[in-house]
Design a protein around this ligand. Sequence first.
Ligand SMILES: Cc1ncc(COP(=O)(O)O)c(C=O)c1O
Length: 389
Amino acid sequence: MTFSSSAARNLIPIPLLDLEAQYRPIRGEVMAAIARVADSQRFILGEEVRKLEEEIAAYCQAAHAIGCGSGSDALLLALMALEIGPGDEVLTSPYTFFATAGEISRAGARPVFADIEEDTFNLGIEQVAHQLASHPGIRAIIPVHLFGGCADMDPICELARVRGVAVIEDAAQSIGAEYKGRRAGSLGQAGCFSFYPTKNLGAFGDGGMVTTSDPDCADRLRALRIHGSTEKYVHRWIGINSRLDALQAAVLRVKLRYLDGWSEGRQRNADRYRQRLGAGDLPVRLPAPSGYQTRHIYNQFTIRCRERDRLRDYFEQRGIGSEIYYPVPLHLQPCYSELGYKTGDFPVSERLAAESLSLPVQGELTADHIDRVCDNIESFYREGYGNNR
Ligand SMILES: Cc1ncc(COP(=O)(O)O)c(C=O)c1O
């Protein structure tokens, strides 16, 4: 049997993320970096990590960057460095990966949630102001720069300043994103990054980084990641063991050189989605570009529609990857039942949890791939799958 070229094309799967496609062209450089570390036999922290820290600090427009074991640990370390713990409350979004709230709890503090903005998926300012006014125990705000786009940081930082609380950016998904020309990770007291492999800058395993421009905070973070030790076998604080290893740092240093190109590819694909899906009258809502967002890095391109689950099945049957980030908002997680939230408390987060679908957007995808995803969305509605049936 022979296929016409377009029929054959439609059989090739489009995964949500194809890490191999990103790795293939840089394999030689990555292998050389790995060999360099293997030959040195220095695996924990050391020169590779120090150099990566310098490079990430410069990239994120921060004075200091401190490598650690994961994005989750970056959040925990930032909270510990700001001496937030038992008896304190920390305000954040319920529409994020679990780690944001989980690390607040792990620090011994209590998460307080505020609902998000419809179009940006990030903390709403009025909601933040409301929760600050009704929770005197709040000592920090963690805005999450979700999906690669920054939260509206000026009003958040102003509310925090007036109230005298810290701002820790959860920039795990947003390395290189810009708010009014300033980079994620340079906008609060500390910025937390993840190098989990699916991030725009992904390691070959777990890894994380905290950025800060406060030298005292940087010193505390450097100690806290090695059990609070400031000199060998002298422990000024009780910290944790969370060190970035040299192999991850060496891989990340190679990949950092390609990061802007990869993020530009994602922006190009996001533009293509907007051109294609924004033009017609499809009942699909696109992420809205906001005025303050001067650089979105599209770790995810996330659309919304009422028929989300059926559209996802339709994609799956046609080899198109998609993912639901996030199906259960954090205020409704079983482990947080003791916080006393209930369904209906954060209606925007709950609606988005029921309607969001992230589409393939990585820079290696061509306009042809994006068109195929869009063709399928169009045919889904044209063939009536969008109706209740
Ligand atoms: C918003 C957010 N915060 C924190 C984290 C935690 O990062 P890690 O998986 O590196 O611990 C992630 C990772 O997915 C994330 O997306």
